[in-house]
Design a protein around this ligand. Structure first.
Ligand code: GZL
Length: 318
């Protein structure tokens, strides 16, 4: 899992000479500002750069790949020292990453994945989204033990998916389904894109509530959609969470959602750690010192329920 690929010595030599000169400039092409999680990721990237006196240029892609590509091209023409980007989707990056490679500018991919040749980027930092999906299903397996659903009655499940073709959406969907299919009594009634936003999460949940009279579990692939789902479920006169009508599984682990885990409104929150900025600065330091870096760098993540949420809520920065 941990592939250690040596960075070409020419790049590290160039970096170390630059490290002695003017402060580094990093161009960051961000997906957008669609969720609380995304806002946290951006602010941590800013803080980490400021700590190290790095000039960080940030371009908001506003949920469009073409905007992200334009920003990367602009960073190439500005001759930044590093390019960092969180790809909104996995495909369509080959050309612009080839241009960055030809310009000899190291690219670090963060958060989501790209499907292109790994030689086109220096390192990737992010989450194992499929494992996040599996963790959601593992939690549900435990939660159902001893209840009427345990291997007998049908568990009716609906899924609120994130933006289509985002690796977070693809991985969480795949990981949950991988375990769900081992349970003949788990029935996924519906699974639809709700774009990681509260408004769309509410809209799709309203549609589900009109269409299905027996929903037992909602799997919502980020906290913002979960907040919309809660609004829709309450408007339908039902309750969520511990002891509620509908079990609510969320992803991201933002502070405002963890408060709802603490109060029992959300049953479980699968953390997606947005603090990649810290890992990325470490990679830039190592490259500047001519040291090798790992190609794949997973951030640490946990699963939060009422049992352990108090241990992190106190000093949660996002
Ligand atoms: C996950 C990230 C997702 C979050 C959402 O790494 O890409 O995008 O889960 C965000 O909140 O919109």
């Amino acid at each position: 899992m941990w592939k250690r690929l040596l960075v070409v010595s020419a790049v590290s030599a160039a970096m170390s000479s630059m490290a002695m000169a003017a402060p580094l400039t990093v161009g960051f092409s961000q997906v957008g500002s669609e969720s609380g999680w995304r806002a946290a990721e951006t602010s941590v990237a800013k803080e980490e750069a400021a700590k190290r006196g790095i000039t960080l240029k940030i371009a908001d892609g506003q949920q469009k790949q073409e905007n992200q590509i334009k920003a990367i091209r602009s960073y190439i023409s500005q001759r930044v020292d590093y390019i960092v980007f969180s790809p909104i989707v996995e495909d369509g990056w080959e050309t612009v990453l080839q241009e960055a490679k030809e310009a000899d500018i190291p690219v670090i991919v963060m958060d989501r994945n790209v499907s292109c040749d790994p030689s086109l980027y220096t390192a990737w930092v992010g989450s194992d989204f499929t494992e996040e999906g599996r963790n959601a299903a593992r939690w549900l397996e435990e939660d159902l033990k001893g209840k009427k659903f345990d291997q007998k009655e049908t568990v009716h499940i609906v899924v609120l998916r994130g933006t289509s073709n985002a690796s977070a959406t693809l991985g969480r969907t795949k990981g949950f389904a991988e375990i769900a299919k081992t349970h003949p009594n788990w029935e996924i009634l519906d699974s639809d894109d709700a774009d990681f936003t509260t408004a769309k999460g509410r809209e799709v949940m309203e549609k589900y509530l009109q269409k299905y009279k027996d929903i037992d579990v909602v799997v919502s692939q980020n906290d913002d959609m979960t907040f919309g789902a809660i609004e829709a479920i309450r408007a339908a006169g039902k309750t969520t969470g511990t002891g509620g009508d509908i079990t609510l599984i969320s992803f991201d682990g933002t502070r405002s959602a963890l408060e709802k885990v603490k109060s029992g409104v959300i049953n479980v929150d699968i953390e997606c750690n947005p603090l990649q900025g810290t890992y990325i600065q470490e990679i830039i330091n190592r490259l500047g010192d001519g040291e090798p870096v790992d190609k794949i760098n997973y951030v640490e993540e946990k699963v939060y329920t009422q049992k352990n949420v108090l241990s992190v809520l106190g000093d949660r920065v996002y």
